[in-house]
Ligand binder design. Sequence first.
Ligand SMILES: *Cc1c(COP(=O)(O)O)cnc(C)c1O
Length: 374
Amino acid sequence: MPRPVEAVIHTEALAHNLRRARAAAPDAKVWAIVKANAYGHGIERAYAGLRGADGFALLDLDEAERVRALGWRGPVLLLEGCFEARDLETCSRLNLWHVVHHEAQIDMLAAHKTHTPHHVFLKLNSGMNRLGFRPAAYAHAWRRLSGLTQVDGIALMTHLSDADGPRGITDQLATFEAATRELPGERTLANSAATLRHAAWQRPISAPGGIDRVAADWVRPGIMVYGSSPDFPERSIADWGLQPTMSLRAQIIATQALKAGERVGYGGRFTAPRDMRIGVVACGYADGYPRVVPDGTPVLVGDLRTRLVGRVSMDMITVDLTPVPDAGVGSVATLWGRSPDGTVLAIDEIAHAAGTVGYELMCALAPRVPARAD
Ligand SMILES: *Cc1c(COP(=O)(O)O)cnc(C)c1O
């Protein structure tokens, strides 16, 4: 028997969360962001839940190949564009749209020989200072692109750094608006946080050719589609009407009856305050469960919430069975996601206990954990 740990990818929850993004931005088209192997879910496993999207956006050419191999004929966008000249040949061959965020990518395009002109997304650095042309250079880059026979369409794009927080999007939106006001083309700005928190926000003026919502023509929801709240703990997935899409589950493989004062695991971090029973669960940091979480981190055993006690080991964790007296060897523990009977333990709670975000945990699901779609 294989080690009793698994990840379950919930197809219907992916589709639900995607519909939720659409409902938040009803006039926009929706990119399903499937970079990092669909945020750790596996592109092939997630595809059935995401095929209702208008396009797939990702970073790696091999991931683009995989999306095409699944039979997707619609738009595919490379979010960081091409890294070297021959990537453009792949774009021509697979009909990939690609971001253009610096001059060298325009040079590559200018030298590219193709019979099929490319659709590109010209990226503005509106203040995040990661990728994109500065506002003063943006129109020049647009004119260079529009003069190339290799290009037949230019969409306008930026990325928001603070859509999830108090600084908000006003400054970046104004920067984007000013830099793109005179330019034709579709627009895209919104990640999950902007889609949920700001997409319904109406601009006071509607300049010709301008945007009237941050949702614009395309939204780019990633994390919300994967059942994690972009602004936890301010709001949870329950608050946003989102469902978990990845469940990490493992069985209890041993129990121990502790006497008051006995200690558990490496370093004896947890000391039993009274006689109590603990369960040893077949999942540890080598499976992607974060080692840094403290005692008290929630765990579901069956449908009941209990807590981690003692340090996370490579292959095991230990949990308090006091609230679940019927649990024993073979009982199912859900480390995040949804129990087999549907009780939810949001990945955000575990991420928060680990001092990180849901993104990191789902992307770090270990390859040794067998995953299946349901
Ligand atoms: C990853 C990414 C997104 C999605 O962001 P979420 O916070 O996961 O919604 C959107 N746009 C770009 C350019 C990205 O790289």
